[in-house]
Structures are given as C-alpha cells and as structure tokens.
Design a protein around this ligand. Sequence first.
Ligand code: 9WO
Length: 249
Amino acid sequence: MRIDVITLFPELVEQVIAYGVVGRAAEQNLLELHCWNPRDFTRDRHRTVDDRPYGGGPGMLMKVQPLEHAIAAVRQQNPGASLVYLSPQGQLLKQQKLERQVASGSVIFLCGRYEGIDERLIQREVDEEWSLGDYVISGGELAAMVCIDAMTRLIPGALGHDESAQQDSFSAGLLDCPHYTRPEEYRGDRVPEVLMNGNHRDIETWREQQALGRTWQRRPELLDNIRLDARQQALLDEYIAEFEKTRKR
Ligand code: 9WO
C-alpha cells in the first residue's frame, strides 16, 4: 500500500509510522508513506504557503501555486491514486470506504491548514472529501494519520493473529465485546464466569453475543446494514430478553 500525504507538517505525519502496527507494517514494506510539503514547491524568497481570502474575513487560505505543483509532483509518482481531502465538509468516513481504498492499493491525502483551500482547487484536483466527524481540528494531518492507522490494520499481514481476530468484529460491522484482565475481582466486580471456565466454544459464543448486544444497545443503526443468520439472531434475542428482564427489576 502506497500512501502519499501533502502536508505543511511532514514531521507530524511521519510520526504515524514510528510506532505500533503501522510502524511494523512500514518496516515489513507492507506500507510506503511519502510526505510532500507544499513549501518545497514555492517560488518566492519567503517560501510563502498562505494567501489572503478574496472577500476579506478572518484567517488565510493555503496558497494555490505551491499546492498545485505539489499535487502535480505526487500525481507523477502515483498517477492512478485517488486524491482525498480531509475536511468537515466531506462524507462521513466508514470502515467499508477504508477497505475499498486499501483494495485500490494507494491513496493521496491532502491536508488543509489555515481556513482551508481554494474551492477551484478542490473542484479540479480532489476526487473525494472525507470527514471523521462533525468537528473542526487544526489541520487535516491528524485526520490523515487516523486514516493511515485504520487502513494499515486492513492490509493483509499487517496485524498479528490475535489483533486481526479483534479487528474482524468491527469489519463484520459490529462493535467489540467487553474485555477483562487481572484481577479476577476488581472492587467487588468479578470477571464473567464464562471467561474463567476455559471452554473456548462457550467463550467465543459469549463474545459474539456481547458484540451483537452492545451493537443493538449503543449503535442499533449498524444492525440495519448486517444480515444476521439464525444463530446470531437467536443470540441477540436472548441478549435482549435478558436486558429487558434486568431493566424491569
Ligand atoms: C474549518 C472550519 C471552521 C468552521 C466550520 C467548518 C470548517 N471547515 C474547516 C476546514 O475544512 N478547515 C480545513 C481543514 C483547513 C483547516 C483545518 N482543517 C480541518 C480538517 N479542520 N477539521 C478537519 C477535519 C478533517 C476530517 N474530519 C474532521 C475534521
């Protein structure tokens, strides 16, 4: 997977391949990260990368010329890749979108700073706008780093066996089950008995039921996108019955 990032802060973005799963994937050459700084494409003595907005108002925009030439340089090296602009104006990012982007083998992230970029550049150069949520952060870099991490976890071979098992739950469209570790009793609360008796089939069933139940409780709309088989539906029905029973007590 090749990922190019156009950013005024390459040192910030490069931190994403310094640790953990993404770091290991980069070491194993499962992931190639290339950062491109528009400042390296400036043509004035002061290496200007911002410009005043037409119509006045607070703040600056990213200067068009350095961005345009940075994009051209990236496209020369990564011609087929989609160019994604991270912005609150984008489509809300879903796991499926990331899966598709990983399957494509490459992506170019454009990270905005200041108040953003010229709309004509978006219209001409941006293939997709992605949003991580309805909030504003200081730049697109942190959003790009989240995307890089989430996409890397989807690259075959990037996760160890255990990690990929946990990832599978969300890739199946469900929330994760609860997890427990020592001590067996924490401030009066015991670990669920099923996790202590060592029956792997029972544990697997309990974890699947918990994932189904928590999804139903916390994000019911996710279940609209999943076709549950009869066994899963029975597990969820049992969870709901138990939930309703405890609620009535
Ligand atoms: C700034 C802004 C302020 C008020 C209302 C909407 C707004 N959108 C932006 C904006 O798109 N800013 C650009 C990118 C440039 C400045 C920093 N940027 C940014 C990206 N802020 N927040 C994001 C972002 C990206 C992906 N998912 C959520 C937020």
